[in-house]
Design a protein around this ligand. Structure first.
Ligand code: T4K
Length: 388
């Protein structure tokens, strides 16, 4: 745990910061360290470092089994996994996505010459608003990518209905949603496919990594080919492709972290409750809840600083940074405010009032093994000092 000063004695006017070392959002959780190192030894002994090696195959089997889905295709990261899924589905023209997401969701389309069309969100859930999605459909629309933001399931059924009504493909960016459920069923088999990120900063990580999961045999086969340049056996390329392969060491990290995932979730749930209790009496500050009826890793502590708060969101972030708490503004200002989309669609914000509002209010606070009750009390005290 980080060394911290007494919460009652917070730093102002040049005093040293409350946290001697920075407290990051996204500090990686390391699961079974011994188990990881043993697997690395096995990889070195085996001299099979990448390209569908035994660790990757075991990792894929375990993920598919755990999520209850037919296929898991492990990839080098979530962005390439998105690009491959988008290509395998044959998306083209325009695809509807939220602007309130990490920019990779939009980039994965734009990188392939497809126009991301940004639809507004439901401010209560931060996920796509189905009515807003309907408003953005044009004759060029080929698909919808729902994002399970903060691991909360997107409105899967409503998006499926829209997709069927209009003959559109539907897939999900499940980068945040490992271990989440929708109506009691694991995220992983909704839509045509779902894409996970296992980046170091995620609740479950493989250092870098990602995967696509699907129940569709043909789609899975196409994505496996695309992941390895389109090779089917030696010297036989039968498909356009790229290099999306997960390496063995990343799969080893994934296997070790799968063993430790429940402990991460338990810690996160405890921390989330501690944050809620500590911040409850600050007017205008609200910690986003997770639906108790669904599973969620509780990885993201999402606080909203409303107009009725005595301090602005940015002032709170500045105060936290001064104390070495590196709170984040994920995903401010929304994709539509980032390049190239800001120049391409300068008026997109007119259709995104809820996105703009939420983007101006959100603060993400540290979580996982690197935050504990006393750190959370100190963080709450910094916020209270300014806004309480
Ligand atoms: N879709 C969605 C909805 C996503 O959120 C993401 C990724 C993707 C798609 C794409 O998946 P990947 O291609 O990334 O697999 C991070 C991550 O880079 C990104 O994976 C993630 N979402 C996004 C939400 O956050 P940054 O710019 O905040 O990450 P970075 O590397 O600056 O790290 C943040 C903090 O974490 C650092 O200040 C320190 C700490 N950290 C980070 C790393 C990598 C550590 O302590 N140790 C580490 O090893 O974007």
């Amino acid at each position: 745990m980080k060394e911290i000063r007494d919460p009652k004695d917070l730093a102002v006017n040049g005093a040293p910061p409350a946290f001697i070392e920075p407290l990051h959002v996204g500090r990686p959780n390391i699961g079974d360290r011994e188990g990881f190192l043993q697997r690395v030894e096995a990889i070195l002994d085996n001299q099979w470092l990448t390209n569908n090696g035994p660790m990757v195959q075991e990792f894929e089997r375990r993920i598919a089994g755990q999520l209850g889905v037919k296929h898991c295709i492990a990839m080098c990261n979530g962005t390439i996994a998105l690009e491959i899924a988008i290509r395998a589905l044959g998306l083209e023209g325009e695809v509807i996505v939220p602007s309130w997401t990490f920019v990779a969701t939009a980039h994965a389309l734009y990188w392939q010459g497809i126009t991301p069309i940004f639809a507004d969100i439901d401010p209560a859930t931060h996920n796509l608003d189905p009515a807003a999605v309907r408003r953005m459909i044009t004759p060029r629309t080929s698909g919808i990518i729902g994002v399970h933001l903060w691991g909360r399931a997107a409105p899967v059924d409503e998006l499926q209905d829209i997709a069927e009504e209009h003959g559109l493909s539907l897939m999900f960016d499940a980068a945040h949603a490992f271990g989440s459920s929708y109506k009691g069923r694991n995220i992983g088999s909704f839509g045509a496919c779902e894409v996970f990120s296992f980046h170091a900063t995620k609740a479950f990580n493989t250092m870098e990594g990602g995967a696509v999961t699907t129940d569709d045999d043909e789609l899975a086969e196409a994505m496996r080919l695309m992941r390895n340049f389109g090779f089917k056996g030696y010297d036989n390329v039968i498909h356009p492709g790229t290099n999306g392969k997960m390496i063995e060491v990343c799969a080893a990290m994934g296997l070790a972290n799968l063993d430790g995932f429940d402990a991460v979730v338990d810690t996160n749930i405890r921390n989330h409750a501690a944050y809620k209790a500590a911040l409850i009496n600050i007017p205008g500050v609200r910690v986003l809840d997770y639906d108790p009826a669904e599973r969620n890793s509780h990885h993201y502590i999402v606080a909203e600083v409303g107009p009725d708060c005595a301090a602005s969101r940015d002032a709170i972030i500045a105060a936290l940074h001064a104390e070495n708490v590196l709170a984040r503004k994920y995903f401010w200002p929304g994709c539509h405010g980032m390049q190239p989309y800001r120049d391409l669609f300068p008026h997109a914000g007119l259709m995104l009032p809820e996105t703009d509002r939420v983007a101006s209010e959100v603060v993400i606070l540290p979580n996982g093994f690197s935050a504990d009750e006393s750190a959370i009390a100190t963080i709450a005290n910094v916020i209270k000092t300014l806004a309480g």
